[in-house]
Write a protein that binds this ligand. Sequence first.
Ligand SMILES: Nc1nc2c(ncn2[C@@H]2O[C@H](COP(=O)(O)OP(=O)(O)O)[C@@H](O)[C@H]2O)c(=O)[nH]1
Ligand SMILES: [Mg+2]
Length: 186
Amino acid sequence: MKVRFLKSTYDDFPPPEHPEVVFAGRSNVGKSSLINMVVGQNIARVSKDPGRTRMINYFLLEDTVYLVDVPGYGFARVPKEERERWRKMMENYFKERKDNIKLLFLLIDSVAGVQRLDERMVEWLQFYGIPFEVVLTKTDKATQKEIARTLSQVKRFVGDGAIILSSAKEGKGKREILGRILGRKP
Ligand SMILES: Nc1nc2c(ncn2[C@@H]2O[C@H](COP(=O)(O)OP(=O)(O)O)[C@@H](O)[C@H]2O)c(=O)[nH]1
Ligand SMILES: [Mg+2]
């Protein structure tokens, strides 16, 4: 896989000459790990410390599509000003790039399940008309029962839409995610 890091930015996005695929979700849900697993390289920064990635990170995959690692939400110990900064950054990002986003993967932790902020994110995506697909992460840590529970929670807002099961640790979901990234037209 040919992939390179392009830039880390607050609001200075690269020219929209390629469509972009976004990885979004709560802090610590496994966004960076999933990107690394999918591209087969340690390119996105993985942290044990939730809330460390404060910028929007652009990568270019196969010279044809941008992969975007956006900062996570929902980390309780983050001060109010920081949450406000995040909200403004993301609102501006969605406004500026909604027409260039061909797909957003909304990552949900298989064990933690759907939380209130995930539902707020879905409302936001629907408001901006951004196409999204849900990816359950860290299935290696979840029991079958936990996975079933999270799936039924997700089905409330995706209906019959596809839900991808993934584990960055086990390489699960890679083929499906890559297929979505490289296959679908904007
Ligand atoms: N067991 C397990 N741990 C994972 C998986 N993906 C990520 N993690 C761990 O979860 C933590 C947060 O991962 P990271 O990719 O930085 O999450 P991000 O904040 O959403 O970008 C790290 O300690 C990772 O090692 C997975 O598939 N399985
Ligand atoms: Mg990250």
